[in-house]
Design a protein around this ligand. Structure first.
Ligand code: PMP
Length: 287
């Protein structure tokens, strides 16, 4: 099947989809994006992703390219035209096309909106049964990580380092030894005392849509939850470590660098939250 991309109001064959050479997204990473998981052809957590898209655009002073309702329709149409059942839909908005110059264009430019969608394979069983490995790398990113910009080079470098060491994710740690997040995930621990911990939203991390939903689900499960920062040292002593994102859901981490997390097996809290999250997604499919 040939893939279709949505580009500024048109559905075009993926290989023919084009963006202007002076699009500011291309030249300055002047744009933002969202990734939604698709289950049975339905985009998951649509409201959360559109809320964050609006927020990112507002922070960057880029106009919404069209209404939320129109974006939602185009997203569903992109999913449909690509016959996506289980996969992701990707949405990107850049400031638009202008002669290359650092300041924002003074003339009104039309933001560029692009969407793609593709099927993806389920998570391999061993990842869930045995957990995955993570490595630790310094967080070298900028100071507005709350904005979901396409400027992802430090994240790509961290993920590449992880792949080269046979790891699923890179856990980023700041200069004070405090964990920020993963290269494309939020990081959670279950402490020695049994509390579920993830850090609060701030400019230091991306406020994950999955993270927000899991906080609610953890409350419904009656789990003891603390929203606070934690150090790498505390993570190394944790009973459980796991990472979350729209595409990872809840992924147990059982090895950090070359050391096992606790007994090296996925923990009960991660298992419980993953199951709750899968149920929560199923409910969105039938709704
Ligand atoms: N942090 C970073 C740096 C990310 O790239 C992502 C995934 N986009 C997340 C956290 C998790 O966010 P979400 O749950 O919305 O996918």
């Amino acid at each position: 099947m040939s893939r279709i991309a949505y580009v500024n109001g048109r559905y075009v064959p993926h290989r023919e989809a084009q963006i202007h050479v002076e699009d500011r997204g291309y030249q300055f990473a002047d744009g933002v994006y969202e990734v939604c998981t698709v289950r049975k052809g339905v985009p998951m957590e649509e409201k959360g992703h559109l809320d964050r898209l609006e927020r990112s655009l507002r922070e960057m002073r880029i106009d919404m390219p069209m209404s939320r309702a129109a974006i939602s329709l185009a997203m569903r149409e992109t999913i449909r035209r690509n016959l996506v059942e289980e996969g992701i839909v990707y949405l990107q908005v850049t400031r638009g096309v202008a002669p290359r110059d650092h300041p924002f264009p003074t003339k009104k430019v039309r933001p560029a909106l692009v969407m793609t969608a593709r099927n993806s394979k389920p998570h391999p069983t061993p990842w869930l049964e045995d957990g995955v490995k993570a490595i630790v790398v310094p967080d070298i990113r900028w100071g507005r990580r709350d904005i979901k910009t396409v400027g992802l080079l430090p994240n790509c470098m961290a993920k590449q380092a992880a792949r080269e060491r046979g790891a699923y994710e890179a856990i980023l740690v700041d200069a004070d030894g405090v964990v920020t997040e993963g290269s494309s995930t939020n990081v959670w621990i279950v402490t020695e005392g049994g509390a579920l911990v993830t850090r609060p939203p701030s400019n230091a991390i991306l406020n994950g849509v999955t993270r927000l939903e899991l906080i609610e689900l953890a409350a419904a499960e009656g789990l003891k939850f603390e929203e606070r920062s934690f150090t790498l040292e505390e993570l190394r002593r944790a009973r459980e470590v796991f990472v979350t994102s729209a595409s990872s859901f809840v992924m147990p981490v059982t090895q950090v660098d070359d050391r096992p997390v606790a007994n090296g097996k996925p923990g009960a809290v991660a298992g419980k939250l993953r199951a709750a999250y899968l149920r929560h997604m199923d409910a969105q499919v039938v709704a």
